[in-house]
Design a protein around this ligand. Structure first.
Ligand SMILES: Nc1ncnc2c1ncn2[C@@H]1O[C@H](COP(=O)(O)OP(=O)(O)OP(=O)(O)O)[C@@H](O)[C@H]1O
Ligand SMILES: [Mg+2]
Length: 607
């Protein structure tokens, strides 16, 4: 239960709602107590109507309060007559019912805010946490698992924990108030009854503990199910093209089976809570009937038959909230499993921390970006080792090298998706780590190796993040990146929807939109990772021409396999297994007749 403490901050904004809810519940509990007790005057009128005259003579000697109230009521019946008294009792019952239900409605009314508010806040927080995670986290954790945590587990927390708050707040109040009333009616009987309650408590908490374990197992299985589903949806073309539907189907079936078994175990345990507590409560009731009946028959205390029935009615009313409480306890255990999974996400620290508060913003690049002895590894596998590189302001630096040589990784370091394991990156002599990430990325225009588009129109993808689109810049960017060329032929032009992840556009079109997006921001530094690789020769030529223009007055890091696109760069850097092996201009490197010259020869042959 210590785990639940993490939820407390989420309840803080709603503390007044909680207080209101508690007060209303207490008031409601008192009111319902009285409406249950109204059975006593009925019984008194019905069974004792004729005998009242005799009994009143004994009444003044009664010292316990049931006796005194009984005496007062008998006097009242004598005064107004039984018919009139019955009428008054009926009206009182109706008024009590209206009052009680209004109060409980008001209590639920305030609860609705708490319940939905807490899960809204929790959802916002986890989502923002996901956005703030470092790139490494995204490659390590599987999408489906994250999705299932954010949807299913969050929902479970709402239903199980937040939903049980109602019960947990209300039931003990009702039980306590009722037990107080029971003590007032007959303390001997109540002490006797209370002896049996702890036994049931122990039994129930035992089952609840096991429940949490199976719930956690079930959730894990569900996470991997969603994973397969997510991969299937995004890779359905490949699955169909390679005819591996059966394989995926089997994989899914196996996982689903494991999920089924874990959940079945959990529900079997959960369902056990009801019968166990029912048997316990009925047994307690029966024992109480026997013991209380004897007290009434012996007449040794002030407890008369009508009050004993009232007592039993109240006692039976303790059982539903007590059961609701134990059920709530069960559900909370189930929810804690989900909360643990959410918490895991909330707790993971963000390994690319932002610069300290108050660090100076990045204004503009004045001199150079320099990598000094930068090394980087994914886990134990070194990808970049002791790399030094200078990118002067206004220069176009091209990174070339074999696939897997670490080009994208290097650009990730520059974008600060990751930090170097060793060495530093300096921006005008200032360590990149000391520059607020937000202000640094503002200066960057990035085209990633895979063109990533979002659901929306071409225009909204280009002007990503701008609520009010600057049409002039939009036009210019789409012109340069040759987006206009195909957008003009579409029925809605730039406002044409691109479909989920841009799937309505061709690969080359997507790439051009991605390029336009980088240019729209008018960045002073451009990072282009294979920005034109998906274009046909003609469009690449066009885009390249435009890019050459766009690269003017900008500092550019361009990555390309096609050497024709990089030959005009100010500096070409040849990367091999994370090390710089050659650098210089195209002419210098050809002159040198090293690996670069070899690559150029190979490519011109293959053309
Ligand atoms: N998230 C990751 N986790 C572990 N290893 C990775 C990760 N991303 C890349 N690598 C490894 O790092 C090495 C360099 O990858 P990188 O993407 O930088 O290559 P690249 O030069 O951009 O290749 P390409 O030209 O094919 O795009 C590769 O060997 C790759 O296996
Ligand atoms: Mg790459």
């Amino acid at each position: 239960m210590r785990r639940l403490v993490t939820l407390f901050p989420f309840f803080r904004p709603y503390r007044w709602n909680l207080v209101t809810n508690g007060l209303l519940n207490a008031f409601g509990a008192v009111l319902s107590l009285f409406s249950f007790l109204s059975v006593v005057p009925f019984l008194r009128i019905l069974f004792a109507g004729k005998a009242t005259e005799v009994e009143t003579q004994f009444v003044p000697t009664a010292t316990d309060w049931p006796g005194m109230i009984g005496a007062w009521f008998d006097g009242f019946v004598l005064d107004v007559g039984t018919g009139q008294a019955l009428f008054v009792v009926c009206i009182t019952v109706i008024i009590l019912a209206i009052l009680k239900n209004s109060v409980s409605y008001l209590a639920m009314y305030s609860l609705a805010t708490i319940r939905t508010g807490v899960s809204r806040d929790l959802r916002n927080k986890t989502y923002n946490r996901v956005l703030g995670m470092s790139m490494g986290w995204f490659t390590d954790s599987r999408k489906g698992d994250v999705l299932s945590r954010l949807t299913v587990d969050l929902n479970e927390v709402e239903i199980s924990i937040v939903g049980s708050i109602e019960v947990l707040f209300k039931s003990p109040l009702i039980v306590l108030i009722s037990i107080g009333a029971l003590f007032a009616l007959s303390w001997e009987l109540t002490i006797f009854a209370l002896i049996f309650l702890p036994i049931s408590g122990v039994l129930i908490s035992r089952i609840a503990k096991k429940l949490k374990h199976s719930a956690l197992k079930g959730k894990e299985e569900l996470g991997s199910l969603v994973n397969i589903l997510e991969e299937t949806l995004s890779g359905v073309r490949i699955i169909k093209a390679f005819g591996v539907e059966r394989l995926f189907s089997k994989m899914f079936r196996d996982r689903n089976e494991r999920h089924f078994k874990a959940m079945r175990k959990m529900y079997r345990r959960e369902y056990l809570s009801s019968p166990v507590s029912e048997v316990i409560s009925i047994s307690v009731m029966a024992i109480l009937l026997g013991y209380g009946g004897r007290i009434v028959l012996e007449g040794s205390t002030g407890l008369t038959g009508d009050w004993f029935i009232g007592y039993l009615v109240i006692f039976s009313q303790i059982i539903p909230p007590a059961r609701a409480f134990s059920d709530g306890w069960f559900r909370i255990h189930k929810g804690v499993a989900s909360l643990d999974r959410l918490e895991e996400m909330l707790e993971v620290a963000n390994p690319v921390p932002d610069a300290p508060e108050g660090a100076a913003q990045m204004l503009d690049l004045k001199n150079a970006i320099s990598f000094e002895n930068v090394s980087f590894s994914y886990g134990d596998i070194p990808v970049i080792s002791e790399l030094s590189l200078e990118i002067n302001k206004g220069e176009v630096v091209a990174l070339v090298g074999a696939s897997g040589s670490g080009k994208t990784t290097l650009s990730n370091l520059l974008i600060r998706f990751d930090d170097p394991s060793l060495g530093n990156i300096f921006i005008d002599g200032r360590d990149l780590k000391d520059i607020p990430v937000g202000s640094w990325r503002e200066k960057l225009g990035v085209v990633t190796q895979e063109s990533i588009l979002f659901h929306g129109s071409i225009a909204s993808n280009i002007a990503l993040g701008d609520v009010i689109i600057d049409h002039e810049r939009l036009e210019r960017a789409s012109q340069i990146a040759q987006v206009s060329e195909f957008a003009n032929r579409l029925p809605e032009g730039l406002n044409t929807p691109v479909g989920d992840s841009g799937c309505k556009l061709s690969g080359g079109q997507r790439q051009r939109v991605a390029l336009a997006r980088a240019l729209y921001r008018d960045p002073s530094i451009l990072v282009l990772d294979e920005a034109t690789s998906a274009l046909d020769a003609a469009s690449e030529h066009e885009v390249q021409k435009a890019l050459d223009a766009a690269m003017k007055n900008r500092t550019v890091l361009v990555i390309a396999h096609r050497l024709s696109t990089v030959s005009k760069a100010d500096k070409i850097v040849l990367l091999d297994h994370g090390k710089v092996t050659e650098q210089g201009s195209h002419e210098e490197l050809i002159e040198k007749n090293g690996n670069y010259a070899e690559l150029v020869r190979l490519q011109s042959f293959s053309r």
